[in-house]
Design a protein. Structure first.
Length: 499
């Protein structure tokens, strides 16, 4: 027993995952792997001065049995003297809503819950009981699915929780699953096994129960080691390619709308400036021309990395990436591609927009502007008035995300006084009959948006500052030629937009 415990402790020590004084939370299912991990860390708690606890996620997939697993996990922790926290998630409901498999939903929700607990409890590292067999199974599953080189890269001993920010540690990668089960017996531990582990409905179970045993018996008895070795080699290539990908993505990235720098060039009066697709928040605008200039392998990597930065945690298939590259390289001026996990790709002339569909980058609610600040979701418009100075004439123009108007003329047309200003202006989306003034005459808003190459999908949700049906300003794109500040202007209405 002592020899078995020492092997377990050495595996954890040699992983390099933990330092003295660490706060460590074990992702604890109650099964053999996580029980070994918890027991090993408990044996090292005094040596490393660890603040140790366990987190259990109930996925709610097996009704009373899932609840029983949670209760058993709490009882095991109680016997070991380790604090345990149980959280319940609705994996089946999420899978139905997101259109993904129950396995994927459970994994996403599990990591989300564990990451949140680590942060809320105060900077805990998350320790997961992934082992050498898990790594071999993962590599083999990805080969079966037709993965690229990145899919062969190994699990890292120390990394980040997928989709989160907490440190994720895997200290048992040097031990096989079969050895961990043996250790449970040798140490007198009694794990609680998930009843679905023996079923072959899930791919991982089929690989573990059928394919790997066949490969061991008929082809290579050291197949797990061979798959782990392949994974290690792939990791070296992945590290190099990741640097090239980051450089390519940075060159392709278009600037997001942001507060203008002092002295920035003005918007043209009655003309276009900037790009309607250059947005911040849940979107990443990229240069179509630059993406098309990349080698196809690097282009796919850049797109995948861009989506990862927006929060995508599941892997894209080759089919998704190939479809994206075809759309970008094609002759169509605009287009849309739906991607897994609530993400999308929108083609807008010379811009490729990667975005989170649940946070449509063109989303805006309507409301009235007030003198001071108007805020809706990620949008803000500052609205104030001031006396015109001698230097406020037409030679001094506002920055791209600012607009000036002659307040007296604006109020005169509206037959109102300054006290009514707050109710006159609206921050809204377009309506039938909207027009925008040019230097001479006016133009339908629809025609103005087409000429400015605003994508059709964005026109109905583009933010506008309006006076009735007259559009005063499309932040970052165009401002009205009416109510311009002149040498005769005495009072100025000043609008400033920031995202």
């Amino acid at each position: 027993m002592e020899k078995s415990l020492e092997q377990l402790k050495n595996a954890i020590r040699e992983s390099g995952c933990f330092s003295a004084g660490d706060r460590v939370a074990v992702a604890f299912s109650g099964g053999a792997d996580s029980l070994c991990l918890l027991y090993g860390l408990l044996a090292l708690r005094e040596e490393l001065n660890l603040d140790l606890r366990a987190f259990h996620v109930n996925h709610g997939l097996r009704g009373a049995e899932s609840d029983g697993d949670a209760a058993a996990a709490e009882e095991l922790c109680r016997r070991l003297g380790v604090p345990c926290c149980v959280v319940t998630v609705d994996a089946a409901g999420y899978a139905a809503e997101a259109g993904c498999s129950v396995e994927t939903a459970a994994r996403l929700l599990r990591y989300e819950a564990l990451d949140r607990l680590c942060r809320e409890e105060g900077g805990f590292k998350l320790a997961a009981a992934h082992n050498k067999s898990d790594l071999a199974e993962t590599v083999l599953m990805r080969i079966l699915r037709g993965t690229g080189p990145d899919g062969l890269a190994p699990m890292e001993a120390v990394g980040t929780v997928p989709g989160g920010s907490s440190v994720l540690c895997r200290p048992l990668l040097s031990l096989s699953g079969s050895r961990l089960r043996e250790l449970c017996g040798e140490l007198g531990l009694q794990p609680r096994e998930d009843s679905t582990n023996g079923e072959t409905a899930y791919l991982r179970n089929k690989v573990r129960l059928q394919l790997l045993p066949l490969l061991k018996e008929e082809y290579n008895r050291n197949i797990e080691d061979a798959l782990v070795r392949l994974s290690t080699i792939a990791a070296e290539d992945r590290f190099f390619l990741a640097k090239l990908t980051e450089e390519a993505l940075e060159r392709a990235a278009k600037p997001a709308i942001r507060r203008p720098a002092e002295g920035a060039a003005p918007e043209s009066e009655g003309g276009a400036a900037g790009s309607a697709s250059a947005l911040s928040g849940g979107a990443l605008p990229l240069s179509r021309i630059h993406l098309n200039s990349l080698d196809p392998a690097l282009e796919k990597r850049a797109l995948a990395e861009g989506l990862r930065r927006l929060g995508m945690v599941q892997d894209l298939t080759e089919a998704h990436l190939a479809a994206a590259c075809r759309l970008i390289a094609g002759e169509a001026a605009s287009g849309e591609l739906e991607l897994p996990g609530g993400f999308g790709l929108r083609l807008v002339y010379d811009t490729v927009l990667l975005y989170v569909k649940t946070e449509d980058p063109f989303c805006l609610k309507e409301g009235s502007l007030t003198v001071n600040t108007f805020t809706r979701e990620q949008w803000e418009v500052f609205c104030r008035t001031r006396e015109a100075a001698a230097s406020s004439g037409p030679a001094e123009q506002p920055a791209p995300l600012c607009a000036w108007f002659d307040l007296d003329r604006l109020l005169q047309q509206a037959s109102a006084d300054a006290a009514d200003l707050s109710g006159l202006l609206q921050l809204r989306t377009r309506r039938p009959g909207d027009r925008i003034a040019l230097k001479q005459g006016s133009q339908k808003l629809q025609d103005a948006l087409v000429n400015a190459k605003v994508p059709k999908a964005a026109r109905d949700t583009l933010p506008l500052v309006a006076l009735g049906s007259q559009i005063l300003w499309i932040p970052g794109l165009r401002r009205s030629g009416a109510f311009s500040v002149t040498d005769e202007t005495t009072k100025i209405l000043y609008l400033e937009y920031k995202a």
